[in-house]
Design a protein around this ligand. Sequence first.
Ligand code: HEC
Ligand code: HEC
Length: 164
Amino acid sequence: MMNLLQKKLGFSPITGLALCLAASASSASEGRYSINHPGYQQECGSCHVAYPPQMLSSASWRAVMGGLDKHFGTDASLDEKTHSQILRFLLANAGKRSTDSNGKPLLRITETRGFIHEHSEELPQDIWKHPAVKTAANCQACHTAADKGDYSERSLRLPKGVMK
Ligand code: HEC
Ligand code: HEC
């Protein structure tokens, strides 16, 4: 990510600070999200990373949590108590922006405008089919600390042979 790094380092500290503050208003501080909830991390972080709640709206989380028995081809059902604890955590931390498409809440972060925007500029089109990535939902293929909610540039490593 040299080009990104150089872009960042090219700023004066003052501008950099201002940009950091501006960025943190919209996207958490430098790409770091809190996923701290033991039940959520345990139950929703076993097949894939526990995704940042901020990346979907409350309507989307309700839709995801309402269909866990048919969850992307698997059964991710929970007992009632765990279900309501996790739902409460997700709703309390959900993104404020709508993640609807044609009036229906999206179930995938990877289909939201925010995600597409963050990932269209620097990445080659066929990146998601790379054998080390397989699917865009596999955040950890590139964000090596995604399991801790850390999507900052510091922990970003593209798989070998991916750089444009
Ligand atoms: C039994 C395995 C399993 C468990 C447990 C599980 N998931 Fe998933 N989840 C999947 C699979 C498989 C996909 C689809 C991944 C893909 O497209 O490559 C997925 C995808 C997702 C996506 C969409 C990812 C994208 O493309 O943006 C969300 C959101 C999600 N899961 C939330 C949850 C939540 C919340 C929980 C806990 C209540 C949970 N998952 C538990 C298997 C699981
Ligand atoms: C193939 C590699 C790859 C995968 C897989 C991937 N990303 Fe990214 N992501 C990137 C790159 C490259 C950037 C751009 C970094 C930049 O421009 O600062 C990025 C940027 C981001 C940012 C902005 C970070 C910031 O500095 O604010 C977020 C948030 C993010 N990704 C979340 C995700 C999530 C959530 C997933 C999984 C659902 C995911 N990414 C999957 C490569 C990837």
